[in-house]
Every structure is written in C-alpha cells, then in structure tokens.
Design a protein around this ligand. Structure first.
Ligand SMILES: Cc1ncc(C[n+]2csc(CCOP(=O)(O)OP(=O)(O)O)c2C)c(N)n1
Ligand SMILES: [Mg+2]
Length: 662
C-alpha cells in the first residue's frame, strides 16, 4: 500500500523536530505547519530533477520564510538530491555543514536563493519569474517554460519589500509566480493580532493577483489550489490556513514552536500524535521510497527537454548564456571611437555611452531604473521596455521601488541567462541596501548604476547628496565599488563589472568631468583598482589618491604644487577592493612604504574621510566631507567644502609646513 500524503509530510515534521533538537537551535514550527503543503507541491506539481539541480528549465522554489530551513533540507534529502545527506541533516546548523541556519544558495545546489532576511525571498522570486518570461520570449516554450513557487510566512508579507514586489509582479502579470502563504497567525512575539489587521488577501487582489484560500494542512486541497494557480494568467497567492508546529500536541499553534527546540518530552509526544514510532532521524523505507519516486517525476520531462535542446539549433548559444560568461570584445572598438572624439561628459552619460556598445554586444543584459531613467542614463536607444505585453523587452520600469528592484535583480541574476543592471541615486542605496547585501552574500552578478554620487549633484541638497555611502558600501564584503574618473575609466569599470562573478556598484557623477585618459592604454588600467595617472615631475613629496570627480581636482592641485617645486603623483583609485587584491610589489610601487614626512599621502574624495587612513596612514591628509551636504549649485558646494585645486593645494602646503616638510 502506498503511504498517504500525510505520512510523507510527517517525514518532514520528524526530520525538522529531530534536527532542531540535535542542534538545540532552529525553527521547527514552520516546517511542521507547512509540511502537507510542501509535500503536495514537491510530490505532484514542482518540476525538478534532483540528479541535475542546475537543469535550466526546472521550476524554481524559494523558501522565503528562510528560518524554516529544515523544510527545504528535508525536501532535498527526501526527494534524492546528492546533498544534504542524512548526516548533513544530523549536523544541522553546525560549522562546515551545508545545512546552515538559513538556506544559503552557495551551500546546496538545490537552494536557489539565500533567504532569511524576511520579505526578500518573495521579492527575489519576482525577479526569477521576470527572467523566466523574458527567456521564454527569447527562446520559446520548447526551451523555457517553468514556474516560480514561493513559501512565505506572515513576516514575509509584512515586510515593506513585499509591497514593492507584489505591486511589480501584479503589474507585469507574472502568472508563473505562485506564492503559498503560511497563514498560521503566529510570529515571534505571539499572535499576528498584536501587529496586523490588514486584509492581506484584499491587498493582493488590489495588486491584480489571483487569490485562493485553502486548508494548508490538507495536501489534497493545497493540490487543487495549486492547479487553479497554475491555470490562471495572474500571479497567485494561495492562502494556506495552517497551525504552526502542527503535530506537537502541547505546543502547536503557539509561538513557542517558532524558533526553539521542542524539548525531548514534546518531541516524544509529537511522535505519538503523528503515529511516528521511530528513533530520531529514521525514515521508514516505504516512505523514503515514495519520496524518491516522487523525486524522479521530472526525469522524463528533463530528458525530453534535453532532446528539444539538441534539436533546437540554438544549443550552444543557449548554454553559453546560461554560463553567464561575457567577453569584452566591445571595449577596444568603443574606446578607439571615444578617444578619437573626446568630450567633457558626466560619468553617468559615459555609462550610457558604454552601454550603447554593451547592450548591442551582450544580449543578456536587462536594464532598468527605479523611476530615474533620464537621470541614471540606463536606457539605451535600442532597448524596448519589458512589459506584460512584451516580455522580450530588455528595459524594466521598476517604479519607485529601489529595494524591490535590487531584490528582483538578485532573483534575475540567480535565475541565470540574464545580467541585470539597474539605477537609482547613490544616496538611495540605503533604500536598497538589504538586497545589495544579499547580492554580495549570494555572489549574484547584479550591476548597480548609482548616479549623482556626491555633493556634485548640487541643488537637491543634503537629502540627496551621499556622504557616507561610498565608504559604507566599500565595507561590505564580496562586492566591488567603482568610482570612475572619466569616460574611459567608466567603460573600463563596466567591462570589469560584466566579467565579475560578484556584484558591482558603479558610482557615477551628475556633473561633467574633464577627459583625463586621452590615449589608448592597451590594457584595462582600472583592473588594478588604482594606478598612477600622473607621475611626479619634481622630487616626489606628495601622492594624491583620488576617485571619480575628484581626480581632476587632484591633477590640477598637483600641477600647482609642481609649480612650487613640490613633485606630486596622482593616483586614480576607481576601485579600492581591486587595489587591495594586487600583489604586494604593485601596491608598494603605487604607495611606497615610507613615512608621511618623506612622502605625504593625500586622499581626496567628496564624501566621508572615514577609512581613508587605510591608504594615507594615520599621519596622512584626508580631504573629504564629514558632515551633511548643502543645497547649492555644484561649483559652489565644491568651493564651500574646499574641494577646488587652489584650496586643496593650499591645504597640502600648509599641512606639509606643520609637519615640518620642505
Ligand atoms: C528582515 C527580518 N527581520 C526580522 C527577522 C527575525 N525573524 C525571523 S522569523 C521572524 C518571525 C516571522 O514570522 P512568520 O513569518 O509568521 O514565521 P512563523 O513564526 O510563522 O514561522 C522574525 C521576526 C528576520 N529574519 N528578517
Ligand atoms: Mg507566522
């Protein structure tokens, strides 16, 4: 006799409570409450093949309620993925085990995205659904025809970012997106009545979603709801009424099951309640066999898809796009043309010019902006909007949804086949920051086009002028911040960002900049992160380190010092992270290890000086802005903050005097 769906679900419940018990840490309640719904999804509806977790046409599954990580670990084990093994599950949350506290995309191939910061799973799923529709429009049903399923908790549907994501998904009519809401009325603090009285279903309907309600503890009913969701053209919310910790007789339905081990006594009681008379971590053969059989459901689909790929005539192109590798063949011809006709342009404009070449050469790019298209210069001429009527478009009007945009771009990048870039003002990285952090953690190749990168934006004033942003973003691991100084550097930085396997942030100016790189270099000079743009003519006494718009100020200040017989190098430092990664000899050549009395190091950046002592030393000179900005035309603001060649040169000379330098 086949085990019932409920018995299959109980295997998830048992593994979840046993793993949390062994770790004495973790969240049993959510997996126990959603076990029946997840069983319905994984045994009947989800298209996947555990033998090839990277099959491009698999359905994507996102456990947005990432604290319930044991749910996905149990599902991957039961359906027959190579990892996690049962031993991995026994080592839940331990050092070196892939069964990390929250699901990490870099630990287990079956985990599509890292989740845990609530709300972001839903928002990344929107990006995955966008990528799917886009690639479907490019390659057709034969090669791209899958869905994105999400399990979201109350927390996911309270977080602000879900509002952005839900609005965007409804607008783009992402019918391939299906969210199962674990409606258990419980969060950490207790009942959801403590903090919510909104009508969640009505909200989704207002955003043009289909909504379906069902008993989440009845796998058959969840299955029917899934069928209805799949059949509809709109994105769907399935409200699954559940009981947190279902099966733990004394604690279920309470916040006590949310985030702590149930305790030996309650686990024993749950085993009786669930009729699960087995030692910890043991799954009966008939149940494991049934799960493994369910895990093979997709193999025929997969084989047929492979056949279609072979016969498509587009196999190489399709697979190349999946690998995400991008060449930089566009760069040299572009630079040749640029150098032949140099003009003063803002780096945001230079970025647009580079993008004209990039978007023509790299069909995988999908651009966008959070309602600042004309300011971020992110839309190139040939890009059509990606809309509900035309998913083949490559430009997304994200609306004023910076966080939603960034999270969607993470989902797109992790889906694969597309390279998302998107813009807003640099100051609003604050609005997107939690998703930028997840780009970095997940190594999602997202390119952030962040314009208006200093007080140089002028009259919009302190609310819009970034100060601490550059340094705070540089403090984040696994993401590169680029601040190019002119059009040539901008193109070089774009090439580096495209070829990286990590996310990048391009910080670009609103104001025009003088061309500084006027001759072909024969190599990408920005690749080293910092390079000597001008060598001292007189005996070297000063090394200027500058980024972006301040490089031309450093050059002019250096020229003044040279007139007074003080030799000064000017180092352009578009990317500190890359410079830090250079061999010691190179770094020593650019910044020799001598005292600041011999050679004074001076940093110039129109932002917080915090951290520049890393390069100029404790006794170096840091020129920047350690307060909020001012509302004034750019030139006045620069003058006000002492960022002019005259004022910089004078400060350096005075500083040298007080330090007793000649
Ligand atoms: C952005 C964010 N804020 C706070 C948390 C901490 N946290 C983890 S789970 C949770 C409660 C979530 O409630 P719900 O989604 O209903 O999960 P359930 O208790 O039903 O499992 C909170 C506040 C988090 N993970 N992410
Ligand atoms: Mg809840």
């Amino acid at each position: 006799m086949q085990p019932t769906q409920r018995r299959l679900a109980n295997a998830i419940r048992a593994l979840a409570m046993d793993a949390v018990e062994a770790a004495n840490s973790g969240h049993p309640g959510m997996p126990m409450g959603m076990a029946d719904a997840a069983t319905a999804l994984f045994t009947k509806h989800l298209k996947f093949d555990p033998s090839d977790p990277h099959w491009p046409d698999r359905d994507r599954f996102v456990l947005s309620a990432g604290h319930g990580s044991m749910l996905i670990y149990a599902l991957l084990y039961l359906t027959g993925y190579e990892r996690p093994t049962l031993d991995d599950i026994k080592r839940f949350r331990q050092l070196g085990s892939p069964t990390a506290g929250h699901p990490e995309n870099f630990e287990l191939p079956g985990v599509e995205v890292t989740t845990g910061p609530l709300g972001q799973g839903v928002a990344m799923a929107v990006g995955m659904a966008i990528a799917e529709r886009h690639l479907n429009a490019v390659y057709g049903d034969e090669l791209v025809d899958h869905r994105t399923f999400v399990i979201a908790g109350d927390g996911d549907l309270m977080e602000g970012v879900n509002h952005e994501a839900v609005g965007l998904a409804g607008h783009l009519k992402l019918g391939r997106l299906i969210v199962l809401w674990d409606d258990n009325n419980i969060t950490i603090d207790g009942s959801t009545d403590l903090s919510r009285n909104e009508d969640v279903v009505a909200r989704f309907e207002a955003a043009k979603w289909q909504t379906i309600e069902c008993d989440g503890l009845d796998g058959g009913k969840v299955g029917k709801a899934l069928e209805k969701a799949i059949a509809d053209e709109r994105p769907s919310l399935i409200r699954c009424k559940t009981i947190i910790g279902f099966g733990a007789p004394n604690k279920q339905g309470t916040a006590a099951t949310h985030g702590a081990a149930l305790g030996a006594e309650e686990v024993a009681a749950a085993r009786v309640e669930l009729n699960w008379d087995l030692p910890a971590f043991e799954v009966p053969d008939d149940i494991l066999t049934a799960w493994r059989t369910a895990g093979k459901r997709g193999s025929l689909d997969h084989a047929q898809w492979q056949d279609r790929l072979e016969r498509s005539g587009r196999k190489d192109e399709f697979l190349a796009r999946q690998t995400g590798k991008v060449g930089d063949a566009w760069l040299k011809p572009y630079l040749d043309k640029l150098l032949a006709d140099l003009k003063s342009v803002a780096t945001r404009k230079a970025s647009e010019m580079a993008l004209e070449a990039i978007n023509a050469a790299v069909p995988a790019t999908i651009g966008g902006s959070a309602d600042l298209t004309g300011s971020n210069n992110t839309k190139t001429k040939a890009l059509e909007p990606l809309t509900a009527d035309n998913y083949s478009g490559r430009y997304i009007y994200y609306g004023i949804r910076e966080f939603g945009m960034a999270a969607a771009m993470n989902g797109m990048a992790l889906h694969g086949g597309v390279i998302p870039y998107g813009g807003t003002f640099l100051v609003f990285t604050d609005y997107a920051r939690p998703a930028i952090r997840l780009s970095a953690l997940q190594k999602a190749r997202v390119i952030y086009v962040m314009t208006h990168d200093s007080i140089g934006l002028g009259e919009d004033g302190p609310t819009h002028q970034p100060i601490e942003h550059l340094q705070s973003l540089r403090a984040m691991p696994q993401i590169a911040v680029y601040r190019p100084a002119d059009a040539v550097e901008t193109a070089e930085c774009w090439a580096l960002a495209l070829q990286s396997d990590e996310p990048s942030i391009l910080a670009l100016t609103r104001q025009n900049l003088t061309p500084l790189r006027t001759k072909a270099a024969g190599e990408n000079l920005c690749a080293k992160g910092a390079y000597r743009l001008k060598a001292a003519e007189g005996a070297r006494k000063v090394i200027f380190l500058a980024t972006g718009s301040e490089v031309e100020i450093a050059l002019a200040a250096a020229a003044k010092l040279e007139q007074g017989g003080v030799g000064a190098d000017v180092v352009s430092m578009p990317c500190t992270e890359r410079f830090d990664a250079q061999p010691a000899e190179y770094r020593e050549d650019i910044l020799p290890d001598v005292s600041n009395r011999e050679i004074l190091r001076v940093s110039i950046e129109a932002g917080a000086t915090f951290g520049w002592e890393r390069y100029v030393g404790l006794h170096g000179l840091k020129i920047g802005i350690d307060r909020f900005g001012v509302s004034a035309p750019a030139a006045d603001a620069y003058d006000y903050f002492g960022l002019t060649p005259d004022k910089v040169a004078r400060r350096v000379t005075d500083f040298m005097k007080t330090r007793g330098m000649k």
